[in-house]
Design a protein around this ligand. Structure first.
Ligand code: HEC
Length: 184
């Protein structure tokens, strides 16, 4: 049972007590959940009716407008990022990269739930990230054995794709919620 104290420490460090009172933490979790649900629903509908090749086309068209609409509703930037990217528009900055690397380490160490991180800055802005874990369903388009017609469609839309070779349980990426500094 060597792991347990480490995990307790991790929870304390990533969401400090003061941050628990910040309503943006709750709103961030809601926005991340909404983006996840809407993307999954869109993906499943496209997979169910037209298969993986068409689902790639649908994701490439729909993912960014869905995130834009939720951002507008939330009053924060709501999106996804990852260390190995499919869409280069989702590239992490240096801080997000650090958090993603930490998430990857925590998942590999057996974190019991997808890790989350909430940080506030001196100017009043804040950022929330929560890990997106690879599920078996994701492997059709992010796994190691991708059907040739699926791989061809991915290459057509994303010639620089790096987001394959994942295994279920791996960190695939993170939701990223960016709160601007409050107006003066
Ligand atoms: C039908 C193929 C397909 C399946 C299945 C699929 N994805 Fe994706 N995924 C894509 C495409 C296409 C994009 C790029 C979307 C865009 O242009 O923003 C993407 C992008 C992403 C991103 C954004 C980061 C990046 O690399 O650009 C994450 C995170 C992600 N997928 C996670 C998942 C997870 C988790 C699952 C399983 C629940 C999953 N995907 C299943 C096709 C798929």
């Amino acid at each position: 049972m060597k792991r347990k104290p480490l995990l307790v420490l991790w929870l304390l460090v990533t969401v400090p007590a003061a941050a628990q009172d910040d309503e943006r933490l709750t709103l961030s979790r809601d926005a991340a959940a909404q983006l996840g649900q809407e993307l999954t629903a869109t993906l499943l509908a496209a997979l169910g009716t037209d298969g993986a090749v068409e689902a790639i086309r649908v994701c490439s068209i729909e993912a960014s407008p869905i995130a834009a609409r939720i951002s507008e509703q939330a009053g924060a930037g709501v999106g996804r990022t990852a260390l190995r990217l499919r869409n280069p528009d989702n590239a992490p900055d240096a801080d997000a990269r650090t958090v993603l690397t930490m998430f990857e380490r925590d998942l590999a160490a057996g974190a019991p739930a997808p890790p989350q991180q909430f940080d506030t800055r001196a100017d009043g802005s804040a950022r929330f990230m929560s890990a997106i874990v690879t599920q078996p369903l994701c492997l059709t388009c992010h796994g190691s054995e991708i059907a040739p017609e699926v791989a061809a469609e991915i290459a057509r839309h994303y010639p620089e794709d790096q987001a394959t070779g994942f295994t279920a349980g791996d960190l695939r990426g993170a939701f990223l919620i960016e709160w601007p500094a409050p107006d003066e």
